[in-house]
Write a protein that binds this ligand. Structure first.
Ligand code: G1P
Ligand code: ZN
Length: 543
């Protein structure tokens, strides 16, 4: 086994987006492409002597190849220890749990989250720091800068290690442990929830269907729900991780999990259904004939948190990303706690969680989590709902209706326009930003505009400022439209339009959502000329 120094190949465009570097598999397969990014990452990490790195991914195509490459580079970089998930598997929330419990200095997750997999699909790499959370922007920007200047890749000439069985190996001075990717994660969940109550719920005949979408959530869900909590075999469906996610789009929303939604509307529907995404950090919760919006899910969890052992002390505060509905703000007000509003992306919650200012947080994009780790956590959300149902005796639907009765309903939808030419999407945002100063005081959708701005965030713990995080147009009543470009796509640009309107009147809570939001959709078209810039008559996805 020898050290080797290879010439680096400079590549453009290795700037991490909302959640790591994501590109088509073919881009990552270019010789030296992955190495360039990993070398930059290790250069920014610095001295690795005595440090532990965790490594794993969501099992998608290229996962195993990338793991072997990174193992050789980690050994050349001098890590004391690398912990690799068996079969190369580590979900995003499990990565966070393992880093924290094992005192690792960081971890590399190989995932493009909910983006499609397979040889024609997407691949991705992201780095989590010692608190278990995504690397902050200053770090990822430093990595990007380094990708543009480094000239040498350091690696070793060793053979591939077998990943399929637990074991310990030596690469130069580095110890490589192949670990059970579920154990640390399961231990964290056991410390939070009343497993006896959930076991009793299943023993009483409660029926759950969890669709892990042929992605990494399967092994975790089977171990906890079926093996430990007594849910009947078959509760977890599409449970075995596949390199191409069965050709499906592992994004838990009503469009991509349409089979599950149809099942929950059928005569065979079970008591509760849920789905998780490629790397198992997202979740969708579904009741019988009733889809829970992620913003409402966060609000329900916050409202009832003290009924869960891990949160019995109460919540320090809550946080949501700016485009997420204000349902949780209303719950926070009633509880007398602060609700923080952050830019899109989990990395902005990290400081608030570390500082103990926030216990629960979430995003409209099917992400919910807490201070138990520093990532969103799909199965955690499912366990939280199960625990709540077990101790309240209520159904999914009645818990959400209870929220609406107490606080009114935040009627909410996100409209995505995908695959727009990047220049046109940028032109749309430019024109929209230029129009903002003229909007306050004018009437839109029959109401005066109260605020029209480009969201900027000052982190209350370190004072860092993040600008241009999405255009908000807020009307006098609080109804609002938010527009921003996605930071996770790999083809062209995606425009996201978020619509929210508060409905206090229970008689109107069941009006069709898109109908209730039509005036706000028209407002978005009027101010942003979406049809003109995108050439699209309607959004490609509505959730
Ligand atoms: C999307 C979601 C965002 C989430 C991110 C990673 O980012 O909107 O809430 O944190 O994926 O899962 P976007 O594509 O909008 O930049
Ligand atoms: Zn994900």
């Amino acid at each position: 086994m020898n050290r080797m120094t290879l010439p680096a190949t400079p590549f453009d465009g290795q700037r991490p987006g909302t959640s790591g570097l994501r590109k088509k598999v073919q881009v990552f397969q270019q010789p030296g492409y992955l190495e360039q990014f990993v070398q930059a990452l290790f250069d920014v990490v610095g001295d690795a002597r005595g440090k532990t790195l965790v490594l794993g991914g969501d099992g998608r195509y290229y996962n195993r190849v990338a793991i072997q490459t990174i193992l050789r580079m980690a050994a050349a970089h001098g890590y004391a220890r690398v912990l690799v998930g068996q079969d190369g598997i580590v979900s995003t929330p499990a990565m966070s749990a393992i880093i924290r419990r094992r005192g690792a200095s960081g971890g590399i997750v190989l995932s493009a989250s909910h983006n499609p997999g397979g040889a024609q699909g997407d691949f991705g790499i992201k780095y989590n720091v010692a608190n278990g959370g995504p690397a902050p922007e200053a770090f990822t920007e430093a990595v990007y800068a380094r990708t543009r200047e480094l000239r040498q890749i350091h690696t070793i000439d060793s053979a591939d290690l077998p990943l399929h069985a637990l074991g310990t190996y030596r690469l130069l001075d580095t110890t490589v442990d192949i670990i059970d990717p579920v154990a640390d994660y399961a231990a964290v969940q056991r410390g939070l929830f009343d497993f006896d109550a959930i076991r009793a719920l299943f023993a009483r005949g409660f029926r759950l269907r969890l669709d892990t979408m042929w992605a990494v959530g399967g092994p975790y869900a089977k171990a906890l729900l079926e093996d430990e909590l007594g849910a009947p075999p078959g509760t977890v469906v599409h449970a075995e991780p596949r390199e191409d996610f069965g050709g499906l789009h592992p994004d838990p929303n009503p469009v991509n999990a349409s089979e599950l939604i149809a099942f929950m509307q059928s005569a065979d529907a079970v008591d509760m259904a849920a789905a998780t995404d490629g790397d198992a950090d997202r979740n969708m919760i579904v009741g019988r004939n009733f889809v829970v919006s992620p913003s409402d899910s966060l609000a329900v969890l916050a409202a009832h948190a003290t009924r869960i052992p891990g949160y019995a002390r109460g919540l320090a505060g809550v946080a949501r990303s700016m485009p997420t509905s204000t349902a949780v703000d209303r719950v926070a007000r009633a509880l007398g706690i602060t609700c923080f509003e952050t830019p899109t992306g989990w990395k902005f919650f990290g400081n608030l969680l570390d500082a103990g200012k926030v216990t629960l947080c979430g995003e409209e994009s099917y992400g919910t989590g807490s201070d138990h780790i520093r990532e969103k956590d799909g199965l955690w959300a499912v366990l939280f709902w199960l625990n709540l149902i077990a101790v309240t005796g209520e159904s999914v639907e009645s818990l959400v209706r209870g929220l609406w009765r107490a606080h009114g309903r935040c009627v909410y939808s996100r409209h995505d326009y995908e695959g727009i030419a990047t220049e046109r999407a940028e032109a749309l945002m430019r024109e929209l930003r230029a129009a903002l100063p003229g909007l306050p005081g004018t009437h839109l959708a029959g109401e005066p505009v109260a605020i029209a701005d480009d969201f900027a965030y000052t982190d209350p713990t370190d004072g860092s400022v993040t600008q241009h995080q999405g255009v908000r147009i807020i009307l006098q009543s609080g109804s609002r439209v938010v527009l921003r470009l996605s930071g996770t796509g790999t083809e062209g640009a995606t425009l996201r339009v978020y619509l929210e309107r508060h409905e206090p009147d229970p008689a109107r809570h069941d009006l069709p959502v898109q109908q209730a939001l039509a005036p706000l959709a028209a407002l978005a078209e009027q101010v942003a000329r979406i049809r003109h810039w995108t050439g699209m008559e309607a959004p490609s996805v509505m959730t």
